[in-house]
Design a protein. Structure first.
Length: 178
């Protein structure tokens, strides 16, 4: 598996340090509130677990599945949501937790879906922001790292369901997916 890693972009230590900072910021900004954290599976699971433990507030935790990639490396443009919202959003302070904001297609669709349910507020927290690939006009409120225009894996991010378990974020060699 590691034979296909070209380089490590963000080490385990760098990620931990940045998550502590994000957790502190969210805790301060939501003081006195009980935010609803919605994780976008599958990629967010590692980041979600770590960031949710660094938010020192009473939070409700929920998950949904949404994707516009399938097993490819570029968006299909067709967003698929795999779970219904069987929980209350109206009047809630919602934070979407995502692994990577890439094309923005999936998050734009999710944001619209949630806004239709009248939350008190809605913010997006992403581990990685790959602005160079943006196809939809969306911006995250909380960003772990700006990501170069490379195909990255690790720390929950995958290629065809592999590499999620790496404790860092790395660039995948093109021969792994070509």
């Amino acid at each position: 598996m590691k034979d296909f890693i070209r380089e490590i972009l963000f080490s385990e230590e760098e990620i931990s340090r940045r998550i502590n900072e994000l957790g502190d910021t969210i805790t301060r900004e939501y003081a006195g509130k009980k935010p609803l954290l919605i994780g976008v599976l599958k990629g967010c699971f590692v980041f979600f677990a770590d960031i949710s433990r660094k938010i020192d507030l009473d939070c409700e935790i929920r998950f949904i599945t949404a994707s516009s990639y399938g097993s490819g490396t570029i968006t299909s443009g067709d967003v698929k949501v795999g779970m219904d919202f069987d929980f209350q959003i109206e009047g809630r302070d919602v934070i979407i937790i995502e692994d990577i904001l890439d094309s923005g297609v999936t998050l734009t669709a999710l944001k619209g879906f949630i806004l239709q349910r009248n939350p008190a507020s809605l913010k997006i927290c992403t581990m990685l922001d790959k602005a160079a690939r943006r196809q939809a006009p969306i911006v995250a409120d909380y960003i772990g790292f700006d990501c170069p225009d490379e195909f990255v894996v690790g720390y929950g991010l995958d290629y065809a369901e592999h590499y999620r378990n790496l404790p860092y974020v790395a660039v995948l060699k093109p021969e792994a997916y070509s």
